[in-house]
Design a protein around this ligand. Structure first.
Ligand code: MG
Length: 459
């Protein structure tokens, strides 16, 4: 965010975090807040225009949807109600219906008691922090542009947009029929759509947790290895070619190979990036295997800040062919700039369709030792330490070849090893992440970096 804007908005409390507004129902997230976000968004849009609104499967979805839509209507916007849809459908609908904005009511992978609101631009990119600051200021000052009685907006539904999404997404891939896929939607927003699209793509689909349910009875909404034991076992038992899992709103996807093993995030991202080629955007925390895989095919890796909004903005800025975070949030700009877990799943299935077993493809990519540490520190210490890290940590190493301070500090070394020092956006930690060619080198970089950070911690 620009410094002047930040200065002007300094006294206005933050509602938006790293991925929209998120929190516990009845605490941070209430129908009053949803109503005000609706009013603020309509006011921000000038008291007119079209907004598409969708929600995931959480128990509070209707309550927030109705309040938010009321706010939009009261301040003069028209609304297309998409109902229960994955996040990518909000981005897609905003772009294809030429809407002025999109809203997704979701808390993504958070626990069932949480919910949240994420705002989208008409091109499918999430609101930037500048835009979020303007929404926060409107909510804080309550200077809403109320519509006159004859200018109040109206709600409609456009069911055909879902069929358009299905038709267009199937055009993006070429999959040979008959692949056996197990898909686990975690009772989230993709529960109907992901299995339906995979079947239409010619796959033989086994479903797990594909009944929408805001209590998430089968597993937590976060698709990590611990939560996907049943998926991993089912892939093996049914002798399937692949397992796919989504998070609660299906902007993300993770995969399980045909042996029932959870696919390494960085390796899967590197594989898919290599196939797409060209300029690829990833985040500062992604592995050096990205660079190796892309340089092997004459491609280029550009690293940006962590978060889908930054990846999408960089895709536009560099005219890149693809963007992905190791978390499984992938953006396919040839389709839409909104991260799409269903298209990501189709692209991994296409990879298996064209090149065979996923386990063999993943095995062809080297493993390098990685160390992740978090060091507890206060907010004040965080700032002091990051200043020191940016100005002088590099002097403690002999073979620095590149510095990237776009998000924390990432130092790259001659042998391809790297270290990233980054303050946590939400917790009282400084995180140290590093990857090196061998264990000894990893330990050496870890010791120098950790000692440096600890030297400046207040006693
Ligand atoms: Mg998500």
């Amino acid at each position: 965010m620009s410094r002047t804007l930040e200065k002007n908005y300094k006294k206005i409390p933050r509602l938006f975090g790293t991925s929209g507004i998120r929190g516990e129902i009845g605490n941070e997230i209430t129908s009053e807040l949803a109503l005000e976000v609706g009013k603020a968004l309509a006011t921000y849009l000038g008291g007119e225009g079209l907004v598409v609104v969708g929600y995931d499967t959480r128990t509070s979805n209707q309550m927030l949807n109705k309040a938010l839509c009321s706010g939009l209507l009261e301040c003069g916007c028209n609304v297309v109600e998409l109902g229960m849809v994955p996040t990518p459908l909000v981005g897609f609908s905003a772009s294809r219906l030429k809407a002025d904005a999109g809203v997704m009511i979701t808390a993504s992978h958070n626990p069932a008691k949480d919910n949240g609101i994420k705002l989208w631009n008409p091109n499918g990119i999430a609101f930037s922090s500048d835009q979020e600051r303007k929404i926060e200021a409107l909510i804080h000052t309550k200077k809403f542009k109320m519509a006159a009685w004859d200018q109040i907006g109206s709600c409609e539904t456009r069911d055909e947009i879902i069929n358009q999404y299905i038709d267009e997404i199937l055009e993006m891939v070429n999959i040979k029929p008959g692949l056996k896929i197990v898909v686990d939607c975690g009772s989230g927003a993709a529960s109907y759509l992901s299995p339906l699209i995979l079947r239409k793509a010619g796959c033989r689909v086994t479903t797990l947790n594909c009944q929408p349910d805001g209590f998430f009875p089968g597993r937590e909404a976060e698709p990590n290895q611990e939560n996907l034991e049943v998926l991993m076992k089912t892939v093996k038992k049914t002798r399937s070619h692949l397992g796919i899992a989504h998070d609660g709103d299906a902007d993300r996807m993770v995969a399980v190979d045909e042996k029932g093993n959870f696919a390494d995030f960085d390796k899967l991202l590197a594989l898919i990036s290599q196939v797409i080629g060209g300029k690829i955007i990833t985040t500062v925390d992604a592995s050096l295997i990205m660079d190796e895989c892309l340089s092997a095919v004459g491609g280029e890796v550009i690293r940006t800040k962590v978060g889908d909004v930054h990846v999408a903005q960089s895709i536009l800025q560099y005219d890149a062919s693809f963007g992905g975070e190791p978390s499984g949030t992938w953006i396919h700009p040839d389709f839409c700039l909104c991260p799409d877990g269903i298209l990501s799943a189709l692209r991994v299935i296409e990879l298996v369709s064209n090149k065979g077993d996923l386990s063999k493809q993943l095995d062809s990519i080297p493993n390098y030792p990685t160390i992740r540490k978090k060091i507890g520190c206060s907010k004040v210490d965080k700032e002091i330490i990051m200043d020191k890290v940016k100005s002088s940590l590099k002097d403690h190493f002999k073979d620095v070849v590149h510095l990237n301070d776009i998000d924390g500090m990432r130092i790259s070394f001659e042998d391809g090893s790297w270290v990233l020092i980054r303050p946590s956006g939400t917790e009282s930690y400084i995180r140290i992440t590093l990857e090196a060619r061998n264990q000894e080198r990893a330990e050496e970089i870890s010791k120098i970096s950790t000692d440096f950070v600890q030297k400046y911690l207040s006693k």
